[in-house]
Design a protein around this ligand. Structure first.
Ligand code: KPL
Length: 307
């Protein structure tokens, strides 16, 4: 299988593009930024990869598209790709939180895969990032046709060859998505409140207590939603905070760049699902509102990863 496009060249998109290229895949990148010809990831490598802007996207015709935009930019990216005339056999959502896979499933029925990113990476510039730790990538589906299932295995082999340990977990995606939701709901808002790298969650007793309680709440909401988590959410949140300890969460990176965070898709979704199921999740409700507030008042403040 050839002709893969990664949409987005930030902390996640750049890492995936370089790993695919190192894995021997014919890959291109499309961004809203400028065109380029190299993608650089400290800690993984650099590669000659054509980087197109949307105005040139009609010149390519990918069979497989990995959407690595922010969750709130996904809808516009999908519309741009349809306008460019792309008719991919399979698409992959790589956003944090819930809602993005659902969007791809509605636009590309039977063709959508979901990806769960467990590595820590920091955006350093346009198509330039640092892979802080090589955590895993999990790929899977909720409802996918044969071609998308094959794409799942193709991508996991290629990314693994390229240096990112990746597994195709088949139809078990939802339980792992909820587990990652618990991880993000625990780590991201707490790192923003403490304005510190991920390791604060394991090193500071107050941060740890708060993160544990947030993850525990997500576990209760998941259960009410009928999801059986594959691992204990509290232990998993602490494990990920430990292995990505030197990274700054994507939420701090967003705020320091004056950008919107993905809090709506993380704590916001947890609070909403809790309400829908009649379960109490006051800490996620608080985390959602606290980050919305900090997003506004800390915008542009230097991230601890820049110092
Ligand atoms: O997903 C992440 C994020 O920052 O959004 C983790 C895995 C916590 C890495 O920082």
């Amino acid at each position: 299988m050839a002709s893969v496009v990664v949409v987005g060249c930030g902390a996640v998109g750049s890492v995936l593009a370089v790993a695919l290229s190192r894995g021997g895949v014919d890959v291109a990148v499309v961004t809203r930024g400028q065109s380029a010809s190299r993608v650089i990831v400290e800690g993984l490598g650099e590669a000659s990869i054509p980087v197109y802007t949307w105005s040139d996207a009609h010149r390519i015709s990918p069979e497989l598209v990995l959407y690595a935009t922010k969750a709130y930019d996904l809808r516009a990216a999908v519309e741009e790709s349809l306008r460019a005339g792309w008719r991919p056999g399979s698409v992959v959502s790589l956003q944090n939180g819930l809602g993005s896979l659902e969007l791809l499933e509605s636009r590309f029925p039977g063709r959508a895969l979901g990806g769960i990113v467990l590595f820590g990476s920091t955006r350093l510039g346009h198509c330039r990032s640092r892979l802080v730790n090589r955590g895993e990538v999990l790929l899977g589906w909720r409802s996918a046709n044969e071609e998308a299932r094959r794409a799942c295995h193709f991508l996991s082999d290629a990314l693994s060859r390229g240096g990112l340990s990746t597994h195709c977990i088949g139809g078990r995606l939802d339980e792992w998505r909820w587990l990652k939701l618990a991880v993000n709901a625990a780590i991201n808002p707490v790192t923003v409140l403490a304005w510190s790298r991920n390791r604060v969650v394991v090193e500071d007793p107050f941060a740890r207590e708060l993160a544990e309680a947030l993850a525990e709440e997500v576990g209760r909401v998941a259960e009410a939603h009928g999801i059986k988590l594959p691992r204990n959410p509290v232990e998993e949140a602490l494990r990920v905070a430990r292995v990505t300890g030197d990274n700054c969460s994507s939420m701090i990176q967003d705020i320091s760049r004056g950008k919107r965070t993905e809090i709506d898709y993380i704590s916001g979704v947890v609070a909403e699902e809790a309400w829908r199921h009649g379960v109490s999740a006051p800490l996620n409700w608080f985390a959602y509102r606290a980050v919305r507030l900090l997003e506004k008042w800390l915008a542009g403040r230097r991230s601890p990863c820049e110092t």
